[in-house]
Design a protein around this ligand. Structure first.
Ligand code: LMR
Length: 397
């Protein structure tokens, strides 16, 4: 039964690890997948997470199934974390949601939910996170793109984005990256978000936020939720997916949330009941540990403060590496303008290197970034920044 199966291509982001692992060059470097590393290049478990794990261990909890929608306490805390405790719809109990298998899982459930309920397409920024496209296509939605980034100027293409938004048919779904746009690291300013919010409302579009980097853009999760909170204050009945992979460093725990703001409590609960109809035949119910860890942290003010400090520490280290990389490029002799490295925010630098340059960097220097020239700044350290800068300069001069 298997003979006609062809070998599928490796994933452009996570598949890079497989290629990198086969390379035995001693000073090889990987700056592909967005996963935080400490300054020694090692994976980092937040101390508040370690503490939460210990607390949970001491509680001797059972391993029963959770509900289809996951852990209610976690969902409640996750929603307050992004919408804010004083958000009007939160206070009116009309924001509801489910625990999700991190961002990807939430996106997939959302895509299928919307396809099942009459939506035919979704607009995503161009470029967007590569996985958005197969996620929505597999959900049964046609993926359409709106202009977002101008590669020439390495800047947001706000004028053309607004033009494209104005051309979207009424009722269309539009995906917005809440903060730290992946892959470009370029976000709209608050004034631009305001204009987008007004136009999206006027056009009668359905905004859906992907919030994967809350805390990584500015170091402050409250500030990073500003776009979402503004849309909610403006009266949009938004939906959104949250990931706790990056900000809590819980990547492999697959922990996130999918939520919706309803016109009233009943409406939001009806949508959640339909999410459960998608989830049950897909994976039945989500894993528990990640939800328990986030809950343990967010329900304890001291652990929450520790989390905020540790999250900011990661963001600060990345920003330091941005400055260092830009400086080292100049030191290496590059006369190109690399200002965008420090202008962009979040985990990634959208370097502007083209595919040939990326391939040359892999072959000649054993430095691995994604084919679109995206460099995970989270993988840059004071130990490898010189090497990376020299490699970039060599292939771009
Ligand atoms: C990334 O873009 O590197 C992350 O979102 C991780 C992933 O799954 O692709």
């Amino acid at each position: 039964p298997w003979s006609q199966f062809e070998m599928a291509p490796t994933d452009p982001i996570v598949g890079l690890n497989e290629i990198y692992n086969k390379d035995d060059f001693p000073s090889k470097v990987i700056v592909g997948v967005g996963a935080y590393r400490d300054d020694l290049g090692k994976p980092y478990v937040l101390p508040c997470v370690r503490e939460a794990e210990q607390i949970l261990m001491d509680k001797n909890l059972d391993m029963e199934y959770t509900g289809i929608a996951g852990e209610p306490k976690f969902v409640d805390l996750a929603l307050k974390f992004v919408y804010g405790e004083d958000s009007v719809p939160i206070q009116e109990n009309r924001v509801h949601g489910v625990q999700a298998l991190s961002g990807t899982g939430g996106l997939r459930v959302f895509g299928e939910l919307m396809a099942k309920h009459g939506h035919k397409h979704i607009y995503v920024p161009n470029p967007t996170w590569g996985n958005h496209i197969p996620i929505f296509t597999n959900s049964g939605l046609e993926v359409r793109k709106y202009r977002y980034y101008d590669a020439e100027s390495s800047d947001l293409d706000f004028t053309n984005m607004m033009k494209d938004i104005k051309d979207m048919p009424k009722g269309s779904l539009i995906l917005l990256h809440a903060c730290a746009h992946n892959p470009t690291g370029m976000d709209p300013t608050m004034e631009q978000w305001k204009e987008m919010s007004e136009t999206i409302k006027k056009q009668g579009l359905v905004p859906f936020f992907d919030c994967a980097y809350q805390g990584f853009a500015s170091g402050d999760p409250v500030k990073d939720a500003s776009s979402v909170r503004m849309f909610v204050e403006d009266g949009h009945l938004i939906s959104m997916v949250q990931s706790f992979s990056k900000n809590f460093g819980l990547y492999g725990q697959r922990i996130g949330a999918l939520s919706v703001v309803g016109a009233d409590e009943d409406e939001a609960k009806r949508v959640v009941s339909q999410m459960k109809m998608v989830i049950r035949p897909m994976y039945s119910n989500p894993p528990r540990q990640g939800a328990r860890i986030v809950t343990t942290i967010l329900e304890d003010p001291r652990l929450t403060q520790d989390f905020l400090d540790q999250c900011r520490g990661m963001a600060d280290r990345i920003n330091l590496m941005r400055t260092l990389l830009q400086d080292k490029l100049a030191e290496a002799g590059s006369t190109k303008n690399w200002d965008h490295i420090t202008k962009q925010i979040g985990m990634f630098a959208y370097s502007g290197l083209n595919k040939d340059q990326v391939m040359e960097m892999r072959e000649k220097h054993h430095v691995y970034c994604t084919a679109d020239g995206r460099i995970s700044m989270a993988g840059v350290t004071s130990g490898n920044v010189d090497y990376i800068a020299n490699a970039i300069h060599d292939v771009s001069k």
